[in-house]
Design a protein. Structure first.
Length: 287
């Protein structure tokens, strides 16, 4: 391996330190930041994810509240629960645990979150502000991938940047963040012809395709900075499971100048970004 690692765990720890300082200052002012999570139903993965959010939030001095609704609740009840959180002045940020049970409309529920409390950056208002280059609560994973690139120390101005993936929560907002940093951006997706021809040109390569180890040595130019957003549990040779990204780490690390590992890259920074957005939302509300 010739590339140096962009250490997501260390970056996340630095972000959390900053968040903890800001959270303590807000608490002193009598405006403690608070993250509220709406959990509908009893999906074990969602319950476990909420538990982990609580641990992370409380770890940096952000209060956490879980509001639960039964899986058979109807849409008006769920919307009312979001409205109640929107008007609760003690709540700085709102998360709706996805997926919500059928036939509830998860998209409509997320769009109901007040823009000022949309700490996952999933609402149209924040995406619109981001597209306009305005102050916005950016989607956490896109913000994390961008922060990992920044942590590499590179000046993004004018850099050939390729984003593989165009999802609303990762690929598109990431392209907007890169444009905001004056990078030259190409966005690739499933209909892109000759993916490798694009990715090989990239000085900054971001991969958020959701396909395990899609990107190999043949896709990467010498010295590129590679940010791998993917995360997948796959079968390992020894019959156990292992976590891999969207990038074939070993062969790409031999060509790249800097690379994020999986695990330990974008993942931990994503969680830190949620905390960062929460404290930013709380600070704005406190003014
Ligand atoms: P998604 O499935 O919504 O979007 C994938 C995008 O990649 C689509 O726009 C699609 O057009 C494109 N794509 C798929 N296959 C492709 C191919 N062969 N060539 C070119 N483009 C292709 O996924 P997502 O929600 O954007 O997530 C992307 C990845 O990031 C997933 O692996 C997911 O697990 C991971 N993720 C990680 C974190 C984290 O915290 N690290 C958070 C969210 C998502």
């Amino acid at each position: 391996m010739s590339a140096s690692l962009i250490d997501g765990k260390a970056l996340a720890a630095r972000i959390r330190e900053g968040v903890a300082r800001r959270a303590a200052a807000l608490r002193e002012k009598g405006r403690p930041p608070k993250l509220a999570c709406l959990l509908i139903g009893d999906d074990p993965a969602s319950i476990s994810y909420a538990g982990s959010q609580q641990k992370h939030a409380e770890g940096v001095g952000i209060d956490y509240e879980l509001r639960c609704l039964p899986s058979d609740c109807d849409m008006p009840t769920a919307l009312s629960a979001v409205d109640a959180l929107n008007v609760d002045t003690n709540v700085s940020g709102i998360i709706i645990q996805m997926p919500v049970p059928k036939p509830l409309d998860g998209f409509a529920l997320q769009q109901r979150i007040a823009a000022s409390k949309d700490v996952e950056g999933v609402g149209a208002a924040n995406l619109g502000l981001l597209a306009m280059g305005r102050d916005a609560l950016a989607p956490c994973t896109a913000a994390a991938a961008f922060a990992c690139c920044k942590a590499s120390g590179v000046d993004m101005t004018g850099k050939e940047s390729v984003v593989v993936g165009r999802s609303v929560i990762v690929g598109k907002p990431l392209a907007m963040l890169l444009l905001g940093a004056n990078a030259t951006v190409t966005q690739c997706h499933t209909r892109t012809r000759d993916l490798a021809a694009h990715t090989r040109r990239a000085e900054l390569l971001f991969v958020a395709a959701g396909v395990p180890e899609l990107i190999g040595a043949e896709h990467v130019g010498e010295g590129a900075i590679v940010i791998d957003v993917g995360t997948h549990r796959v079968d390992a040779a020894d019959g156990k499971k292992k976590t891999v990204g969207d990038v074939k780490f070993d062969e790409v690390a031999a060509i790249a100048s800097q690379i994020t590992p999986v695990p330990g890259g974008v993942g931990p920074v994503t969680v830190a970004m949620l905390l960062e957005n929460t404290v930013a939302a709380a600070a704005r509300a406190a003014h």
